[in-house]
Design a protein around this ligand. Structure first.
Ligand code: ADP
Length: 160
């Protein structure tokens, strides 16, 4: 059985992430989507909220499971029987960091390879930070995220 892991912050999940999940889920028996629990960052949404949003967004992908992890990605992958890490590439600017991470993970766990999927053109500009920024000024993010995510962001910025 082939199991892959797509890790990220997903703060919040966007159509760009969902596109990568949809495409990657076709290549593997099981795809784990891993929400990074990074205690050094202050995310807009808690890990529990991000996991919940991904569960709703991915409910139709039957071989996709949402998990959260903290610590070293390569260690988590090894413990979970995962040999393939999925990452999305949007622009050249993503590449340098991603290459470094992929090589580091391989050094930590020699059985761990990274597979890159290039963004679909319509989402090439899209990132969670852009969504947060637009939403924080009251802008329309309905082209970037599913409806229920948009409602949650608006509620956050209203302080609910
Ligand atoms: P971001 O905050 O930039 O959206 P994440 O840490 O949540 O970043 O992203 C997780 C992974 O998803 C990364 O590999 C990132 O490059 C990829 N990704 C994010 N947005 C897109 C997109 N629009 N198209 C393709 N890949 C993306």
């Amino acid at each position: 059985m082939t199991r892959a892991l797509y890790p990220g912050s997903f703060d919040p999940v966007t159509y760009g992430h969902i596109d990568i999940i949809s495409r990657a889920s076709g290549f593997f028996d099981e795809l784990y989507v891993g929400v990074l629990n990074n205690k050094e960052k202050t995310p807009l949404f808690s890990v529990e909220e991000r996991v919940k949003m991904l569960e709703i967004a991915c409910k139709d992908f039957l071989n996709v499971k949402i998990v959260s992890y903290s610590g070293l990605l390569a260690e988590y992958a090894k413990q979970s029987g995962i040999n393939v890490i999925i990452r999305g590439l949007r622009a050249v600017t993503d590449f340098e960091y991603e290459l470094q991470m992929a090589q580091t993970n391989r050094k930590i766990s020699s059985s761990c390879d990274t597979v890159f999927l290039t963004t679909s053109l319509e989402y090439a500009y899209l990132s969670s930070s852009i969504v947060r920024e637009v939403a924080s000024y009251g802008g329309d993010v309905s082209n970037f995220v599913p409806d229920f995510v948009e409602k949650s962001i608006k509620a956050k910025y209203r302080g609910e």
